[in-house]
Each structure stands twice: as C-alpha cells, then as structure tokens.
Design a protein around this ligand. Structure first.
Ligand code: NAD
Length: 542
C-alpha cells in the first residue's frame, strides 16, 4: 500500500482578494447573478444515478428568505437502503483501487475546485448559507481544496509507516479500508466540512452514504458534482439529502455500518453514539465514531495584553459569519484595567459593521441560517435585555422580515456563569465578564470549568510567564489554543482542528490522525525461508 507515486508537495490554496477590479470579483458577481436567477433542482444521487422523489424541500437564501434557490428532493427509507447497497457494490472495486488512482481523483477534484468550479461553489455557499465572499472563499474554496489536496499527502505518510523486519522475514502493514460503509453527516456552517466528511473516508478506500445539512443542500450538491467531475466512481459517495431522523434510523439499523463521520451539535452526536451503543451486538464490526461537535470558545485577556489587537480579535472572532463558526469567540474575560479601552474600541467597530445581503460586498455580516436559529437567538437577546446584571453594550436587535438578521451583539455579564457565558448560542453574540486584575489565576480556573466544551480558546498577554501559566492551566480546555490571536480560522495542515470534552472525539480533521480512523491495519508476516525442523537448538544433547 505504500506508494512511490511522487505525490505533489503539500501546499495551501492561496486566498483570492476579490478587490475591486480583480478578475475573481467579476467572476463571482457573474456566478451570483446566474445562480440567483435559477431554482436548482437538487436530486438524490445513488450509485451515480440522480433520483427525484418529487417530495421536495425549498432551499432559501437566509438573507432573503423569500428567494427560493433550489428544491431538494428528500430521500425515504427505501432509498437509504438503496444507497447502502450502492456503496456495498462500489466497495468491491474501489477498496482495491491503487492509492495513487484514488489520490488522482481527489487531486483532480481539488484542481477543479480551485479553477472552473471555484465560483460555483462560492456562489452557492454565499447564497445558500449567507456567507460574504471572503467567508465563502476561505471555506468552500480554500479549505476544501486544502482538505482534498493535503489529505493525499497525509495518506502517503500513513501508508509509509511500516514495521521492522528481522533477518529472513518481511513484515508489512496493509492499511485496509474499514469493512462496511461509512455514514457521513455534515453541518450547515462549512461547505468544506461536507466535502471532507464524505471525501476522507473515500480517499482511504471506503464507500460512503453522505447526508448533508438541509440548509447547506445547494453547496453540498455542487461539491458532489465536483467529485463526480473529477472521476469519482458511481456509488463511492452516495448523496442522500432528506429527513435526518428517517435517514439515520435506517442507516443505524444496518449491520454493515462501519463508521460515522459527524460534525454538528453535541446533542445529535451523543444521540447517535447512544443508538450505536444500544445495537452494538448487531453490527458486523465496532463502528468507528468520529464526531466534532459544539463549543463555547473563550478569549482570556491578561492585563499585559495589547488592547487594540484584542478588540480586533474579539470582533472578528465573534461576528464573522454571524458567529456561526464552531470556533467563534463567544465568552471573553477581560481585566478591569483594560476594559474601558477594549470596550470603546469594540463598540466603535460594531457600530461600523454592516449587516445585510451578502451579494452587496460592503456588508461584513449576512443573516443567521434559519428561522429556528433566529428564534433561539432572539430569545437569548430578549432575556438579556431584562436580566439584571447584564448590560447590552452594542447591538441586541433582530429582524426577520426579509432575512434572518441578528445584530452583532456585545453583552457584559456580572455573573461569569450567566447563561450566555456557558451555553452555545451559535450566533453573533459575545458576552464579556470583567474581572479584577489581581484575580487572573481564579479567572483561568473559571475559564477551564465554565462549560462542558473544549474546542477553541485564546489567551492575550505580552507577559511570557503569563502565557506559559495559561497554556499549562488550560491544557485540556481547548483542542485548538491560540496566543494573541482570535480563536477562529484554523488552516488545514497548519492548525489541525478539533476539540475534546463535549466538543468531540478530537480526531483532528485535515491531519493524519483523522485518516487513521478510516483504516483497519492488517499486519502481514512473510517468512522467507521457513524452518524445516520442529526442534530448537537448546534441545540438542550437547
Ligand atoms: P446539527 O447538529 O443541527 O446538524 C448537523 C447534522 O446532523 C445535519 O446534517 C443534521 O441534519 C443532522 N442531524 C440532525 N438531527 C439528526 C438526527 N436525529 N440524526 C442524524 N442526524 C441528524 O448542527 P448544525 O446546526 O448543522 O451545525 C452547528 C453545530 O455544529 C454547532 O453545535 C457547532 O459547534 C457544530 N460544529 C462543530 C464543528 C467542529 O469542528 N467541532 C464544526 C462545525 C460545526
């Protein structure tokens, strides 16, 4: 399985600027115009065949919910069974493809996405998930290109890990795909995650049933089309949009389930884990459970921090993509001495932020994903306005008449255990707790113990001893830990991503560690000249 294929060297896809006058700006504007004028008919894709059930759900633009972008056909239980069968059929061939041939499909997919498909996937991400062009570019284009390209390099490293051989013996490790199919379930908030959750097990020789998030159906569909255009054989990934509970019930009841590759909320992952646990004796193997889930990501500032960079990190970290990144800064701990300066800078920036239709490039933020999210966030804001000990310093408003718009909101909470300091809101709401400078160490403890999550976190300080102290004391508080930077924006191959505690299994998407979960190694020993006498030398008389 080890390869001598001379895989192209790893490199991250450069982020295009979309500045006025750039060719990419012209290209994305044209793609938005075209896609914005169409209603996509999004099928289920099983064994390479497009299936239309006629039972459809509308895909709308969150910033203009009257605008229907597509109709996505919903799979029923019978089609889920067909998708599992198609993945089983495809497995017979695909699981025996040489690594370099599988790699070629993904390298080509990355190249297609970097080139002719870039603005299609970006436009779908902007319109369907309400991302600005910059947020779409770093997700649907760059991050997914990086996943597909760099995972090939990581796979090559993995296959290259081979055991020792003693004289007369040849030992090998064969990194087999898992026996069975993989169920990939993706969230709405990153187009790249869907392409990675389905693509990575496939790269390692597995076949997949992929259930995309309903609200990300448009971009997910185009991601699937890129993979098809790259030469992914029919049935290797089966695209099965539809009701999550119906699909999962059928998938989890199948004895061939070999793994779940999930990203989404903690509650859903825990439910899947429980259901697998209840049926554990019915499966042909122990399904691998890989899940990256929720977060309550922190920014902790020390009195030695630089107020200006801290304020910028908080604004970008909390409000980009409307706070709907699993890594978004949502609780901050700021020392009294710095607070007035940080607060004033933040409030000024927030006042400057424009929220609206993402096709207007002057906007920094779009809408939150759907009515459910809007209602939940409005509820938190209503409560915050009434609750004692909480001050709304900026924003606080929400308006769903045209799109699901929630203002970038800055709350200050006297109680460090106030609900918005502890619960994942998944929206543009940052809560700050101001502490006495002398209480830094107690505050570190508070950061560590406030939420069940441990996804991302940042420490801002110029004092090196303080940085060292926080890094040690917060060792298990975040899977991605930042010093003097915002807690968002991990890059594939640079900051492998994932958290522990209630935030997931920490299998680090976009790294060799994740690939390990999709292989089942076989150790092979070949004896070159086998013994011909059962007796050992010690048994001789003299
Ligand atoms: P979600 O849990 O609502 O949905 C995720 C996926 O699970 C979707 O495809 C959804 O349809 C599916 N799902 C929902 N109910 C299901 C069920 N009963 N059975 C099977 N599948 C079901 O999450 P979301 O709103 O799409 O995404 C936001 C969440 O994802 C946040 O909690 C965020 O922190 C998390 N997230 C985490 C990471 C990470 O790397 N840790 C990355 C992105 C998002």
């Amino acid at each position: 399985m080890s390869s001598s294929a001379n895989i192209p060297a790893p490199r991250n896809e450069p982020i295009l600027s979309y500045a006025p006058g750039s060719p990419e700006r012209e290209a994305i504007k044209a793609a938005l115009k075209k896609m914005g004028g169409e209603v996509a008919d999004i099928p289920i894709i099983i064994g390479g065949k497009e299936i239309r059930t006629g039972k459809t759900h509308d895909v709308v633009a969150p910033h203009n919910h009257g605008h229907v972008l597509g109709r996505v056909h919903q799979a029923d239980g019978r089609l889920v069974t067909q998708a599992i069968q198609a993945s089983e059929r495809a497995y017979r061939d695909w699981s025996h493809w040489k690594f370099e041939d599988r790699a070629a499909v993904f390298i080509r997919a990355a190249e297609l996405l970097a080139g002719p498909w870039r603005q299609i996937v970006n436009a779908a991400t902007m319109l369907g998930q309400s991302k600005t062009i910059f947020q779409a570019e770093i997700d649907g284009a760059c991050e997914l290109i990086d996943f597909w390209r760099l995972n090939v390099n990581f796979a090559e490293q993995l296959y290259g890990q081979q055991p020792l051989s003693s004289p007369g013996v040849w030992n090998r490790s064969e990194y087999r795909p898992l026996e069975g199919f993989i169920y990939a379930i993706s969230p709405f908030n990153f187009t790249a995650i869907g392409g990675n959750l389905a693509g990575t097990p496939a790269l390692m020789g597995n076949t997949v049933v992929w259930k995309p998030a309903g609200t990300a159906s448009l971009s997910s569909y185009y991601v699937m089309k890129v993979l098809e255009a790259a030469g992914l054989p029919p049935g290797v990934i089966n695209f099965v949009p539809g009701d999550a509970a119906t699909i999962s019930a059928r998938v989890l009841a199948d004895r061939r389930l070999a793994g779940i590759h999930f990203t989404g909320s903690t509650g859903v992952f825990q439910m899947l884990w429980k259901q697998v646990g209840e049926r554990i004796a019915d499966y042909a193997t122990y399904p691998r459970l890989v899940g990256e889930t929720g977060g309550k990501d922190f920014v902790l500032a020390h009195s030695s921090a630089d107020a200006e960079s801290l304020a910028v990190a908080l604004v970008r970290g909390a409000y980009e993509y409307q706070g709907q990144k699993c890594s978004a800064a949502s609780r901050a701990y700021i020392p009294q001495s710095l607070w007035p300066d940080v607060r004033d800078r933040m409030v000024a920036m927030i006042k400057d932020i424009k929220v609206g239709d993402v096709t207007d490039f002057r906007n920094f933020m779009g809408a939150v994903i759907d009515q459910k999210s809007f209602n939940s966030l409005s509820g938190y804001l209503d409560r915050a306005r009434k609750d004692r000990g909480v001050t709304v310093l900026a924003g606080g408003g929400a308006d769903a008449r045209k799109g699901y718009f929630v203002e970038p909101t800055l709350l200050q909470a006297r109680d460090p255990k106030y609900r918005t300091m502890c619960e994942e809101l998944f929206g543009p709401v940052l809560t700050v707790h101001v502490y006495k400078d002398a209480d830094f160490r107690q505050t570190v403890k508070l950061v560590d113990t406030t939420s069940p999550y441990a996804l991302t976190g940042s420490v801002f300080a110029r004092d090196r001893d303080v940085i060292d102290y926080a890094r040690t004391a917060l060792r298990h508080a975040a899977g991605n830990f930042y010093v003097n930077d915002k807690p968002t924006g991990a890059v594939v191959g640079q900051q492998p991503f994932g958290g522990a505690r209630a935030s997931g299994t920490n299998d680090k998407a976009g790294s060799i560690l994740n690939l390990l979960r999709w292989v089942s190694p076989r150790s092979m020993k070949e004896t070159l000249i086998p013994p011909t006498d059962y007796r050992y030398p010690f048994m001789a008389d003299r």
